[in-house]
Design a protein around this ligand. Sequence first.
Ligand SMILES: *Cc1c(COP(=O)(O)O)cnc(C)c1O
Length: 369
Amino acid sequence: MKSSKYRPSKIVVDLEAIRYNVKEEIKRLPKETDLFAVVKADGYGHGALEVAKAALEVGAKGLCVSNLDEAVELREAGITQPILVLSYVSLEFLEVAVANNITLTATSLEWIKQLNDRLDKKITIHLKIDSGMGRVGIIDLEEMREAKTILQTNPYIDFEGIFTHFSKADSQDDSYLNLQKERFSSALKVFGETVKYIHTANSATALWHDAWESNLVRFGDAMYGMNPSGKELKTPYSLKQALTLETEIIHIKQLAKGEKIGYGATYETKSKEWIATLPIGYADGFRRDFQGFEVLVEGQKVPVVGRVCMDQCMIKLSSKLPVGTKVIIFGDSQGQFNSIQTGAEYIQTINYEITCGLTERLPRNYVNK
Ligand SMILES: *Cc1c(COP(=O)(O)O)cnc(C)c1O
């Protein structure tokens, strides 16, 4: 699908906010700890390439993505820094990874054995330990010993990193985190001081647990200016939200009292009301659950009335405004601010899901390039 540029709905990403968040985090890290910018899922919906470039400009040493396609896309766009694929890549595509100099994650002993059989060119590998996320990685210490032997003896393998992922680093309750830490410590004993990078820190671990045992931080959500804990924990420095979602009024009319709006006729005007239409809907990722959510028009909060349609939705205004008036769904409107977190809470999800869910139909524009 092409993004719709002949329509006023768009995402605006402030690259200065990305750079600011990265710089603030780097300031807190010990000198020997590198920051890798996590730009999977098209940079959490912000656009992977532009975000990657901004992060690299201010000192990120590499990038993380979730699959090989995302890695290749960045290489093809001219990115030369290290790119780590955080999850499983089928060895069917080993040649693609090798040809593009992509770092792969070893997710199981079986995968490492297959790699060992097939490899005839150099590749960089990070080993994933499953310390309690239950997703990918080796759990068993005996398997780790076997993995170590292969990873250290195959001349084509540059065994560069060992890592794990914490599932509750964004919580006040540290008990599960402590269990995962213990397990990862035992895993590290199997390997000794043999690799360049040991890493455990996503944004939450970096923000609230001093990037525990990491000399590489996988910095995602916070780089985009979002708090990975939602509202549970306060961030040690204030983050700048990079994304604005904006549109414009495309139609306005005054309806009489008792008129209905949208599919299912779920909203009824209580008096004469000014109702405006916006060209954005659930096909853009502005989900139906946003019925009733307050967007910003000239610094005022105004509610979405009636059900959100696929391509449009309606808002109630207190007075007539011209077609073309700017509407901010997330972001700043004359000093009033709608955070993505507010939207996430409104539809009972996490901020990550809001930005990742914004579809390709919305053009991505960049300011402060
Ligand atoms: C997505 C991901 C990250 C980044 O997490 P944030 O919470 O966005 O910082 C780090 N590590 C792994 C393995 C991931 O999958």
